[in-house]
Design a protein around this ligand. Structure first.
Ligand code: ATP
Length: 298
C-alpha cells in the first residue's frame, strides 16, 4: 500500500519531483512554519516563496542557495530541520541531506588544502548520486576563509555533473554574522513603536552582506560566492521578544506532554537574559536555553 501511495504521489507530481525520495510538501511546510516558528515573518515568507519558485520548474537555472543569518537561538537550525522534514520522505534520516560543521568536519586550519579537496569530492560525488541533494553548512562564521569557495562551480549556472541535474540541489549556509545588524534595525523599530512585521528584507540585506564579506574569520570573507552573487536569498532571523520566548516554552511543554501552566511559562521566560540591559527588549539567547530551564522550574 505504501508503495502504491508513493507511486501515485509521484505520478501526480512530475516524475522528477520524486528523485532521491524528494517529496516536497510546501503547503505542509508553510503550515508548520506558521504554527511553530515564532517571530520570524521574514524568514518564513522568504523561504516559502523562494522554494515555491524553485520547485516550479524541472530545469532550474542554478541550484538554490540560501544564507541564514541571526543571533543564536532564533530558529535558523530549527527552520532548516523543518525544511528537511517537508522536502524529503525520510526527513532527517535522508541520505541525500548533508550537514557540515567547521568544528566537526574541518577542525584544523593547517589541513585546509586537504579539506578543500575532500569537500569538493564529497559534493561532486553526492550530486552525481542525487541532483536533489541538500547541503547545510553550519557555523559559517567559524569556517576557514577560502574553503567554501571550492563550492563556486557547483553553485552557478554553468557546471555539469554527468548523470544528474545538479541545478536541482539546495545549499543552505547558516551563521550568526549580521545578527548585530539585524538586531539594530529590530531595536530601532521597537523604539519607534513600529510593528516588527513591517521590517523588510531591504532594511537589513546590504548591512548583512557587508558584515559577512568584511569579517576576516567568516567563511565568506572575500568569497567569490558573494562577489559573484551566487547567494539567491539572504534570510534574516530577528531577535526574539519575551512573548516569543513564552511561545517556545509552551511548545516545549507540549512536546514533553506536560501541562502548559502559565506560572511555569512566565518563570522560565523571566529567567532568561534580555537586552539592552535597561530596556530588556530581546532575549540574548533566543529560545535556545528554554528546554534546559524548563526542567529547573518543573
Ligand atoms: N523562532 C523560533 N520559533 C520556535 N522555536 C524556536 C525559535 N528559535 C529557536 N527555537 C527553539 O530553540 C531551539 C534552538 O534554536 P536553533 O537551534 O534553531 O537556533 P539557531 O538560530 O540555529 O542558533 P545557533 O546560531 O546558536 O545555532 C530550537 O530547536 C527550537 O526548539
Amino acid at each position: 500500500l505504501c508503495w502504491q501511495l508513493s507511486s501515485l504521489h509521484c505520478s501526480l507530481y512530475s516524475s522528477s519531483a520524486c528523485d532521491c525520495s524528494f517529496r516536497p510538501g510546501l503547503d505542509a511546510l508553510e503550515c508548520d512554519l506558521a504554527r511553530n516558528l515564532f517571530g520570524q515573518h521574514l524568514a518564513q515568507e522568504l523561504v516559502v516563496k523562494t522554494l515555491r519558485q524553485f520547485m516550479e520548474t524541472d530545469y532550474p537555472s542554478k541550484p538554490l542557495v540560501l544564507s541564514f543569518h541571526g543571533w543564536s537561538g532564533t530558529g535558523k537550525t530549527f527552520l532548516s530541520s523543518l525544511l528537511v522534514k517537508h522536502l524529503y520522505r525520510d526527513g532527517s534520516r535522508s541520505p541525500y541531506v548533508h550537514h557540515f560543521s567547521p568544528v566537526l568536519n574541518f577542525p584544523h586550519a593547517q589541513n585546509l588544502k586537504q579539506y578543500k579537496e575532500n569537500l569538493k569530492q564529497w559534493i561532486q560525488g553526492n550530486l552525481t548520486t542525487c541532483g536533489r541533494s541538500m547541503f547545510v553548512f553550519e557555523e559559517m562564521d567559524k569556517m576557514h576563509p577560502g574553503l567554501i569557495d571550492v563550492l563556486v562551480p557547483f553553485l552557478g549556472p554553468s557546471w555539469v555533473v554527468i548523470g544528474s541535474n545538479y541545478k536541482k540541489a539546495i545549499f543552505i549556509f547558516i551563521s550568526n554574522s549580521g545578527g548585530d545588524d539585524i538586531n539594530r534595525v529590530a531595536l530601532k523599530f521597537w523604539r519607534e513603536r513600529r510593528d516588527r512585521e513591517e521590517i523588510q528584507l531591504r532594511d537589513v540585506e546590504s548591512a548583512i552582506a557587508n558584515t559577512v564579506i568584511s569579517d576576516h574569520e567568516h567563511g565568506f570573507w572575500q568569497s567569490e560566492i558573494i562577489k559573484q552573487n551566487l547567494i539567491d536569498v539572504i534570510v534574516p532571523f530577528l531577535p526574539l521578544r519575551p512573548n516569543h520566548v513564552r511561545q517556545c516554552v509552551r511548545s516545549e511543554l507540549e512536546q514533553q506532554d506536560l501541562a502548559k501552566e502559565e506560572d511555569i511559562v512566565q518563570s522560565v521566560a523571566d529567567s532568561l537574559v534580555y537586552i539592552p540591559e535597561d530596556e530588556k527588549v530581546f532575549s540574548s539567547t533566543g529560545c535556545k536555553t528554554v528546554p534546559s530551564r524548563i526542567n529547573y522550574y518543573l
